[in-house]
Design a protein around this ligand. Structure first.
Ligand code: CA
Length: 231
């Protein structure tokens, strides 16, 4: 049995948040977490990646569009479906929301049943666990890597990487905060057919770190296990 989809509701108005939670949990098929600000949402997703995010646009401090943009720029949430909830009837907000990566939207006041139907629809289109996020752009604190354009910059300065170093960085970033063994790196970055020593991985990681400068510290050596790209 697959676990219930987890829904993160980002809504500062408690009664509306409560209504959404009640509606989605009533059927017993979803597990809902509510946060009241964009800031709290960005923290919550790092603890547990939800299967879908319901995001109110009108939030204090960090507005929903900004939250949406940040979620889309992070590898962990780049592919998580986002459903925008807006009280604004202006078409431009909806268009902007969809432009920056929201999957769908509902306008307040909405019917709870309609909202539930929309959530089920975005969930059907694909759960992140089944198609792991392979974001094309990684934006970290120091590193900006465009894996499509094959370009990497550290603190705004472009750096030159060999193809292998680039592939190594890409694989580590795609699996950030997870320990990756040397064997796995060999298999994924060099390919099965390459009969090279695991020691070569260390040499390449060393060169990659050097080129990344201070940001190279984000690639940690985990003694006896391998490497981990930390954020
Ligand atoms: Ca609101």
């Amino acid at each position: 049995m697959t676990p219930s989809p987890r829904v993160l509701v980002v809504e500062d108005e408690q009664d509306i948040a409560g209504l959404i939670k009640h509606t989605l949990e009533r059927s017993g098929e979803m597990e809902v977490e509510v946060v009241g600000s964009g800031d709290a949402a960005l923290k919550a997703v790092t603890v547990r990646t939800p299967d879908v995010i319901i995001l109110d646009l009108n939030l204090p401090v960090l507005n929903g569009l900004e939250v949406c943009r940040i979620l889309r720029s992070r590898a962990q949430t780049a592919r998580v479906p986002i459903l925008i909830v807006t009280a604004r009837t202006g078409e431009s907000d909806r268009v902007t929301g969809l432009d920056i990566g929201a999957d769908d939207y509902v306008t307040k006041p909405f019917s709870p049943r309609e909202l539930a139907a929309r959530v089920r629809a975005v969930l059907r289109r694909g759960r992140p666990d089944e198609s792991p996020a392979k974001p094309l752009v990684y934006r970290g604190k120091h590193i900006l890597a465009d894996f499509d354009a094959i370009s990497v910059a550290v603190d705004g300065d472009p750096i030159k990487l060999t193809r292998r170093e680039f592939e190594l960085l890409k694989y580590l970033v795609e699996n950030k905060n997870r320990v990756i063994s040397r064997d796995r790196l060999l298999e994924r970055v060099w390919g099965y057919e390459r009969l090279i020593e695991t020691r070569s991985v260390d040499v390449h990681v060393g060169r990659l770190r050097g080129k990344l400068g201070d940001a190279g510290r984000q690639i940690e050596t985990v003694v006896g296990l391998g490497y981990r790209f930390v954020e």
